[in-house]
Design a protein around this ligand. Structure first.
Ligand code: BGC
Length: 299
């Protein structure tokens, strides 16, 4: 077990913010690793960066073989794969634009060829293309909806097809398959200046719930994780300067940014039989961000 470590928001001002707020230095917890997913296979979209990377590594550490999807930067996907191989698991970097039907089908075929089947899909790939609506191009709208919503549908459909084809493997899980959507607090919090992103995440919420209802009787469990402010490349501007970080903390009751590995741990738990009765729910992991009624981050 590695020690808890400071969340550190950078630079020499790191301590003074908390001192100023009269708060103890926040730490990311480092609990014991559990191999809850032994013998299972997973596919993580957008697995080469940010939250997806942390989830892919967490699943591997928990005993799963992992297909690591990427669309750019193959070297990052390869680095994630080799970390997973270091746990003694199999890993397959696989390139696909999740908004492209043929590429998604080819990706699932490759993963099934390599691992024999897929037990867990983590629909993580997502992007932001922010603009006020009077400046937002149709291309920005299409790109975000294409990856965040259409991509999630295309991957979920292929996963369900594979789960139905294979059925339950009682030696690895009591469920026939698990799908986890990586949504956002913005599935419920409106986000001015980000209508494409918020629309995609609001859409994901009912895609997830409708699908969960539809396939539950086949013993396929569908849920979402909705992260709040997590330190990743997608929101560097929101945490990389002390001023931005202080502004961000006004939105977070727990007064620290989240670490991507915290989302990874939750994904392991939600994919495991520990949560077999959890169906069609969104797990918010946001330090309480959704508890505030007025969210006004322009961003
Ligand atoms: C967005 C981040 C943002 C966070 C909280 C996420 O879904 O991708 O950019 O910091 O929500 O607003």
């Amino acid at each position: 077990m590695s020690p808890a470590r400071p969340t550190g928001e950078g630079g020499s001002t790191e301590k003074s913010y908390y001192a100023h707020m009269n708060l103890p230095e926040p730490v990311l917890p480092a609990p014991q690793v559990l191999t809850l997913l032994k013998g299972q296979t997973a596919l993580v979209t957008g697995g080469n960066s940010g939250i997806g990377r942390a989830i892919a590594i967490a699943l591997g550490r928990a005993g799963a073989d992992v297909a690591v999807n990427y669309v750019a930067k193959p070297e990052d996907a390869e680095a994630v794969a080799s970390e997973i191989r270091g746990f003694g698991r199999r890993a397959l970097p696989v390139k696909a634009d999740v908004s492209d039907e043929a590429q998604v089908q080819a990706m699932f075929a490759a993963a099934v060829r390599e691992f024999g089947t897929i037990d867990i899909l983590v629909n993580n790939a997502g992007m932001e293309r922010n603009a006020p609506i009077h400046e937002m191009t149709a291309a920005q709208w299409d790109a975000v909806l294409g990856v965040n919503l259409r991509g999630a549908f295309l991957c979920a459909r292929e996963a369900v097809r594979e789960f139905l084809r294979r059925g339950v493997r009682p030696d690895v899980s009591v469920a026939a398959g698990k799908i986890i959507f990586i949504s956002s607090v913005h599935e419920v919090i409106p986000w001015a200046g980000h209508v494409n992103y918020a629309a995609s995440k609001g859409g994901l919420m009912l895609l997830m719930k409708s699908l969960a209802q539809e396939v539950a009787e086949k013993r396929i469990r569908v849920n979402s994780i909705a992260p709040g402010a997590i330190r990743t490349p997608i929101n560097t501007a929101a945490w990389s300067t002390p001023e931005a970080y202080a502004d961000l903390m006004k939105l977070v009751p727990y007064k620290r940014i989240g670490g991507a590995e915290e989302i990874g741990r939750a994904a392991v738990w939600l994919a495991s039989d520990f949560t077999d009765y959890v169906v069609g729910t969104t797990l918010f992991i946001d330090g309480g961000m959704t508890l505030y009624p007025g969210f006004e981050a322009g961003g």
